[in-house]
Design a protein around this ligand. Structure first.
Ligand code: GNR
Ligand code: NI
Length: 169
């Protein structure tokens, strides 16, 4: 059991693209366990491997109130999309910043569980948003990349200010 360090923007490793998992072995099970532990400790509803410096396509999610509905998606792929939604998002790698992002409303996802068994699921609402947000991470994309140019400029100014304050402190 181990807590992993979550990388923060603008860490360049967040821009890496994760490679597909090819072996469903004990090493993978350890990573998945540690990722769940880290996600729960950080009070996130999802976590992608890229956020903890692992370049493999691994996602863990739990959007339940009681934190008793763990979902692990290995090599996830969206195979169907319908509609649009526009909701507030946050990210453990972009602390203290929230903004609305346009996403697909309903999706169908194909993936493998941690034992290598294929699974297919349909999602809408927060689960759908979360899966799209995590697959973005596997491709080196952050939710702030989806904002308008103007909002990105405001975001960058805010980050610069925060970093300057940190240097002074
Ligand atoms: O904890 C998280 N909350 C959240 C809220 C709205 C939309 C997406 C998310 S995912 C985020 C955890 C995270 O950064 N996962 O990559
Ligand atoms: Ni995130």
């Amino acid at each position: 059991m181990a807590l992993l360090t979550v990388l923060h923007y603008p860490d360049k490793k967040l821009r890496n693209i994760a490679a597909p998992v090819s072996e469903f072995n004990d090493d993978l099970h350890t990573i998945v366990k540690d990722m769940f532990e880290t996600m729960y400790a950080e009070k996130g509803v999802g976590l992608a491997s890229i956020q903890v410096g692992i370049q493999q396509r691994i996602v863990v999610i739990d959007i339940s109130e009681e934190k008793n509905a763990p979902l692990c998606l290995i090599n996830p792929e969206i195979v169907y999309e319908e509609g649009f939604q526009y909701e507030e998002e946050g990210c453990l790698s972009v602390p203290e910043f929230w903004d609305r992002v346009e996403r697909v409303e309903k999706i169908k996802v194909r993936a493998f569980d941690q034992k290598g068994k294929p699974l297919e699921l349909e999602a809408e609402g927060l689960l759908s948003i979360c899966i799209q947000h995590e697959i973005d991470h596997l491709n080196g994309i952050l939710f702030v990349d989806h904002m308008s140019r103007l909002k990105q400029e405001r975001f960058n100014k805010k980050i610069l200010k925060l970093q300057k304050a940190e240097v002074k402190a």
